[in-house]
Design a protein around this ligand. Structure first.
Ligand code: PEP
Ligand code: MG
Length: 294
């Protein structure tokens, strides 16, 4: 089986009838970068940058510390794209360096982009590190847990401010860095048409989107029997997002766990999803599945 999968490396991800789809990898640790290279993924579709904050103890990581890690990933991937999601802190991702505790309902609380828009100095330190690393490869930036146009606009304003800060210090960065939005709240689904006019690419976070759509805590084991990962409401949402994003000629990917569900691959291809991003160990299996589809 392993030998068989290894033979897929370097080959296109194409169905029997000629439809193509990109397969990228998600990373959540420094070590994962090696695994992505080994998997021959088409890029990093989701860089969960939270680990930098989880590792850093009681103080947030410095611009330099973050820059070094982002640069490593960018250089390792060469021309392949690295989508760095800005730190999605809070909720199920608690850290010691920021005071996020005490939410009565963490999944619906102070988390994701909401935290960074409030802690704007910390956000811009993070953004400057990403921008600086953009000189060493093909880096894009993506915002998590967006639920309004205003949040996207505010995040983009912070990005512009971070660029200006670098410019004043004569530090170079990619002026045209692409900006992406994660679609992981039902609100974002309903305004995906408007969002699609103001960002360059989109990625569906099915883990959070299903938790909010079904109203079921993603971490609650007691709900396992009730949880329907293929709920028609979720599949319909994925179709709506894809159509809205494609109407604006932008790219749509899926980076939540559902992207690796081989029972769903054919449906995703039929919708015209541009990219699936999965754990490094799932890349080759998914590529095999794609080549088997008619
Ligand atoms: C998601 O919500 O599907 C996602 C990819 O983000 P995370 O799992 O890190 O919340
Ligand atoms: Mg999420």
């Amino acid at each position: 089986q392993t030998v068989n999968l290894e033979r897929l490396k370097g080959k296109e991800n194409i169905t029997q009838s000629g439809q193509k789809i990109d397969v990228c990898a998600n990373i959540g640790t420094r070590e994962d970068i090696e695994n992505v290279i080994r998997s021959d993924a088409g890029g990093i579709g989701l860089f969960r940058s939270e680990f930098l904050y989880m590792e850093s103890g009681t103080k947030p990581p410095t611009e330099e510390q973050q820059f070094q890690v982002f640069r490593l990933a960018a250089e390792a991937m060469g021309e392949k794209r690295v989508v760095i999601r800005t730190a999605d802190l809070g909720g199920d991702k608690q850290v010691n360096c920021l005071d996020l505790n005490g939410d009565p309902n963490p999944a619906l609380g102070y988390r994701g982009i909401r935290v960074m828009l409030e802690k704007d100095e910390i956000f811009r330190t993070h953004l400057r590190a990403i921008l600086r690393a953009s000189m060493y490869g093909n880096i894009a930036v993506m915002f998590p847990m967006i639920s309004s146009i205003e949040e996207l606009r505010q995040a983009k304003r912070q990005l512009e401010k971070a660029k200006k800060e670098l410019k004043e210090k004569k530090i170079s960065y990619n002026e045209n860095i692409q900006v992406g939005v994660m679609i992981e709240t039902p609100a974002a689904v309903m305004i995906s048409g408007e969002l699609a006019r103001e960002a360059d690419f989109f990625s569906i976070g099915t883990n959070d989107l299903s938790q909010f759509t079904l109203g079921m805590d993603r971490l609650n084991e007691r709900l396992e029997g009730h949880y329907d990962a293929h709920h028609p409401a979720l599949l319909k949402m994925i179709r709506i997002i894809t159509n809205n994003v494609h109407l604006e000629d932008k790219r749509i990917s899926i980076c939540g766990d559902l992207a690796a569900d081989l029972e769903m691959t054919e449906y995703f291809i039929s919708l015209g999803i541009d990219e699936l991003s999965v754990a490094p160990g799932q890349v080759l299996g998914l590529r095999k599945k794609i080549r088997e589809i008619q």
